[in-house]
Design a protein around this ligand. Structure first.
Ligand code: NAD
Ligand code: USQ
Length: 387
């Protein structure tokens, strides 16, 4: 297949590009380096050093003989997006290219507006490019488990069968997310489902849980192929942050009671899920949804697991929760779609945490410890980030 990967310079886009290239697909990546720009804005950076995109592509070609195409530009520019889709003529578009940090979207008005414009307009441009170029292209779009929020009923895989006053219908599962970022995913999902209905395009929305881990078999082949690893309080995700805190001897930063439950997935499973979704496309006109997570854990369980495995003594500190979120809630998620397609999950294990601790230890001197402290408060917008 010819697969175009939007956001191919990012944490997940880059390893996915390598994996799909490795299994034999023709790959091109698109990126505007917005993510590298947020690092400058906040004075942080990836814990693991990352090479420029062009170097990464060259190293992959030298090691494997496989070419990866590269388009540099912004998806909110419709002419650019149309040009790329026409020029590369993909069978499938994998869309990772969004501002993806909930805290970043909650900094202040400017960051909320940026996040929603970037994400919603970029996705709309992709939808138009597909319908105007080749409506047969399969869109595989990264969504998020957090879009559902924490409803007091089981979370189904995208759709809900309801009976109301004696009548039945199948509706998109109701969403109640917890940040302007997560809301951008809800808006995207509605726009994509509408495009499937009116234009008959085919789409898969992957409601992914929190990703942890840093290496895939492909990125591990050479240090210059490494993907980024974020630890700061804005872009670092919970499990990755806990591992770094354990290595640095800092208390694990549990927000609030820590009884919040989240769906999680390891990075090797992410790239495998993308492979499965691409190779088993949705039907024309179908808006297909998979809940892309492999297990549910509370924040306390995550912290306790890291503390148990870490060779150094670890303490856990409970910080006042900077977010507005439920801390005691029902959480039972249906996630059988990708398992049915053949996913064999890597669940959180001691060996996995040990390998992450080792990677982190190697680069621990690159951490800017003050960036670990949460500064974005959901209740009090303020533009002083990264300080
Ligand atoms: P990332 O920020 O590392 O990668 C996103 C990439 O997209 C970046 O390289 C960025 O420069 C690029 N980009 C952003 N806006 C763009 C635009 N307008 N035009 C062109 N390129 C643009 O994020 P990630 O962690 O790799 O996440 C990828 C996707 O997966 C996101 O959509 C995110 O919402 C979703 N997701 C991530 C996680 C996670 O834990 N990391 C979990 C669930 C879902
Ligand atoms: N949390 C802590 N301590 C920390 C960091 C976070 O207790 O040091 C808690 C938060 O309060 C929250 C949970 O951990 O309850 C998850 O926070 P997170 O920052 O790890 O993840 P989140 O903001 O939900 O966003 C991440 C990615 C996003 C993706 C999402 C998947 O940044 O791109 O969409 O995970 S999901 O959570 O399923 O929506």
């Amino acid at each position: 297949m010819r697969i175009l990967i939007l956001g191919g310079d990012g944490y997940l886009g880059w390893p996915t590009a390598l994996h799909l290239s490795d299994v034999g697909h023709d790959i091109a990546v698109v990126d505007n380096f917005a993510r590298r720009g947020y690092d400058f804005e906040m004075g942080t950076g990836s814990l693991v050093p990352i090479e420029p995109l062009q170097t990464r592509i060259r190293v992959w070609r030298e090691l494997t003989g496989r070419q990866i195409g590269c388009y540099i530009g912004d998806l909110t520019d419709a002419d650019f997006t149309n040009h790329v889709v026409r020029d590369f003529a993909p069978d499938t578009i994998v869309h990772f290219a969004e501002q993806r940090a909930a805290p970043y979207s909650m900094v202040d008005r400017k960051h909320a507006v940026y996040t929603q414009v970037n994400n919603v307009v970029g996705t709309l441009n992709v939808l138009y490019a597909i319908t105007e170029t080749n409506p047969d292209i399969h869109l595989v779009k990264l969504g998020t488990m957090g879009a559902y929020g924490e409803p007091n009923i089981d979370i189904e895989e995208g759709w809900l069968e309801i009976e109301h006053k004696g009548r039945k219908d199948r509706v998109l599962f109701p969403k109640r997310p917890g940040s302007f970022y997560h809301l951008s995913k809800v808006h995207d999902s509605h726009n994509i489902e509408f495009a499937c209905r009116i234009w008959g395009i085919r789409a898969t929305d992957l409601n992914q849980g929190i990703v942890y881990g840093q290496q895939t078999p492909e990125t591990a082949r050479d240090d210059r192929l490494a993907t980024r690893y974020d630890y700061d309080a804005v872009f670092g995700t919970v499990l990755n942050r806990f591992v770094i805190e354990a290595v640095l001897g800092l208390p694990l930063t549990v927000y609030g009671q820590g009884s919040q439950v989240r769906g999680i997935i390891e990075i090797r499973d992410t790239v495998r899920c993308l492979e499965l979704a691409c190779e088993n496309p949705a039907d024309r006109g179908e808006f297909r949804v998979f809940n892309q997570m492999t297990q549910s854990l509370s924040i306390n369980q995550m912290a306790e697991t890291i503390a148990r495995v870490s060779p150094e003594p670890v303490t856990i500190s409970r910080l006042p929760n900077p977010r507005v979120e439920e801390e005691g809630h029902h959480y039972n998620v249906v996630h059988s779609g990708l398992l049915d397609l053949g996913l064999e999950p890597h669940l959180l294990s001691d060996t996995l945490i040990e390998s992450l601790l080792a990677i982190t230890k190697r680069y621990a001197d690159r951490v800017r410890p003050e960036a670990m402290t949460p500064t974005v408060d959901w209740r009090r917008p303020s533009s002083q980030i990264g300080l």
